[in-house]
Design a binder for this molecule. Sequence first.
Ligand SMILES: [Zn+2]
Length: 305
Amino acid sequence: MPSAPRPLAPTYQQRTWTLPPDAVVHHGTVDDAADLLRGRTFTALTGAGISTDSGIPDYRSPDSPPRNPMTYEQFVGDEAFRRHYWARNHVGWQHVRRTRPNDGHRALAALEAAGIVRGVITQNVDLLHEDAGSRRVIDLHGRYDRVACLTCGRVISRARLAERLDALNPHFLDTVLAEGLTVSDIEVAPDADAVVEQTSHFVPAPCEFCGGVLKPEIVYFGETVPRERVERAYAMVDDADALVVAGTSLTVMSGLRFVRHAAKRGTPVVIINRGPTRGDPLATLKLDAGTTETLTTLAATLTSR
Ligand SMILES: [Zn+2]
């Protein structure tokens, strides 16, 4: 029996971790952060925490129920996993599509317009930075609105796929709604992976060009971020005087490596996150605070004369 294809050198893996007991963390206030950043440009690295105030749950926050995200290996190697994934995603992506950016996203866009933010590297796939007006954005883990064929490589929009899934599963969404669930009631993870139990009869759509397997243009657990994208992100970090991390616990190496890179170069690092992060011992300043209010205050302070 052939085994599922194994991705090479996965860099995007969920691990449990705890801050070492002897770790030294330099805690500070928003005023301290403004003092540090005044007169400096910075690049922002954002995660799920910046989108929670837009209604997208952060499944790694301390209050979140434990979840086991689907791995690349499961998705590629097992048709049942794919059917389950697409059924849930067919509900969940519509929720993500309806979300709007919040003041945290808007603050970073305003700071970019003012010439202070050099760009945003985001671990989110929700496109809310782009919606808020940020122009230089690297979607490190992909974007929810595109789907690619694993065989021929052709890319279609998620909206186009939704039409095909509706045609193949004419009563699916009606049934979900008839069970008393509204789309906003269903748990939605940041990858548009809503939880729906009844998925066994769902018919996924094959690639319309070659019949191959379709996969969202999202970097899965166990999958590697494309090298070219990582290099652009390093360049964006190097392009600024400081790095500001907002709304991520840096649990996965795909984000943590930029903090390590900046710290190694002597670039000041400010971390804004509720709860500890894996980057805390490397941070020049750690703010245990929400991203929306902190970034709003920072933007107002740094753009005033
Ligand atoms: Zn194809």
